[in-house]
Design a protein around this ligand. Structure first.
Ligand SMILES: C[S@@+](CC[C@H](N)C(=O)[O-])C[C@H]1O[C@@H](n2cnc3c(N)ncnc32)[C@H](O)[C@@H]1O
Length: 278
């Protein structure tokens, strides 16, 4: 069997399930062959050995069961870097790159600021920022010990262990330090809606479940950030597509000034930047 035939098998099996069937098959085969997707597509007639065929077909079968590609390949590109991923962390989303982009606009190249990441997951947000702002430091918390293991691995992978400190802690029990900026992509899906979102069935519930109205953790993050931020410190929040008004109302109630509201690639409000005022 050659590369082209293998890809066609993958396309056919995945087409019924995912609109991303082509790219998924290509990523899974290039991972199997341990070559780049570009190199693979330039060598469509190249034969692949039997062991690789079996491994690739196994990957495709996992994808048929809706396992995210990143859980199969064990990695994911985010911002400008590759992150190790496993089933204990949310697969980093392209929309979350908006937070990184916005935070980099707030931080000058030579700023030496102390930042807090609430719900660090794989570490994709904080590690991406630290790679671009060499004098900044992060504290990162998560309630999931298994997620923290992945984040620590990624910090080591990117040689940043000396600039990011991790705590296994829920946001409502975190009282350490005062920060120039807090970032959080908290769980924000209503617990009743999770079961209807087929695409997330394999991802950790703790990373998705925002309680009955989806706002439980967001509210905790805002309430604690009021004390964790220095005066004039920034809070950068990722929110769900229908949460804008409620989140803004809560921020104002807690005396935050709304600075910017940013839409995602699907034109939904995804990120709110606010300032803690006295
Ligand atoms: C939506 S995921 C975001 C992960 C990562 N920051 C990203 O953007 O890909 C939310 C993360 O928050 C963590 N989490 C859930 N409840 C929390 C809480 N009360 N305090 C701190 N972290 C929490 C979850 O374990 C999960 O890793």
């Amino acid at each position: 069997m050659n590369i082209l035939t293998s890809l066609e098998i993958g396309y056919k099996k995945l087409k019924k399930i995912h609109s991303s069937y082509k790219i998924d098959s290509e990523i899974l085969l290039s991972k199997t062959l341990n070559i780049s997707r570009e190199e693979m597509l330039l060598n469509l007639n190249k034969k692949i050995d039997q062991e690789s065929q079996i491994r690739y077909l196994n990957f495709i079968e996992q994808r048929v069961k809706r396992v995210p590609v990143a859980y199969i390949t064990k990695d994911k590109e985010f911002w400008k870097n590759k992150f190790a991923i496993d089933k204990n962390v949310l697969v980093p989303r392209p929309d979350t790159e908006i937070l990184v982009d916005e935070i980099l606009k707030l931080l000058k190249k030579n700023d030496s600021k102390c930042l807090l990441d609430i719900g660090v997951g794989s570490g994709c947000i904080s590690i991406s920022i630290l790679k671009e702002r060499k004098l900044c430091k992060f504290i990162a918390i998560d309630t999931s010990g298994n997620a923290l293991k992945v984040a620590k691995f990624n910090a080591k992978l990117h040689q940043l262990s000396n600039r990011i400190k991790f705590f296994k802690r829920g946001v409502d029990n975190f009282y350490y330090g005062k920060y120039d900026l807090v970032v959080s992509n908290p769980p924000y899906i209503s617990k009743h809606k999770i079961k209807y979102l087929g695409d997330v069935i394999h991802e950790p519930k703790i990373a998705l479940d925002g309680g009955c109205d989806g706002l439980e953790t967001i509210k905790k993050v805002i309430s604690r950030s009021k004390y964790l931020l220095k005066n004039n410190g920034k809070l950068v929040l990722e929110i769900g597509f229908n949460q804008k008004y409620k989140v803004i109302e809560f921020l104002k109630k807690k005396n935050f000034l709304i600075n910017r509201i940013i839409k995602d690639y699907g034109n939904n409000v995804r990120c709110i930047i606010s300032t803690k005022i006295k």
